[in-house]
Write a protein that binds this ligand. Sequence first.
Ligand SMILES: [Zn+2]
Length: 88
Amino acid sequence: MFDDLMTWLRAQLDERESTAAHNLASIERHDLAVQMLVEVDAKRRILDLHRQDGALCEHCDAHWPCPTVRLVGLPYADRDGYREEWRP
Ligand SMILES: [Zn+2]
C-alpha cells in the first residue's frame, strides 16, 4: 500500500491527529489528546527536517530512510503497512 516510510508515517500521524481531535471533547481524555497533538506536531517537524535527497537524507546525509525517520516510525511498527526493512 505504501512504498515509502515517509508517506506511510505521515498517514499514521494524520490518523493519530484525528483520534486526538475526537478525544479533545472528552473531559477525561482532554489532557491526553492535547499531549498527542503536541507529539504529532513535533514528529511532523522532525520529518520536515529530514527529507529525501536522492539516496540520502538532506539533513543528516545518511542513507535514506535515515535513522531519525526510522526511529520516528518505530512506535507505529505494529500498524498495518509497516515494513520490517524500515526497522532501525
Ligand atoms: Zn535524516
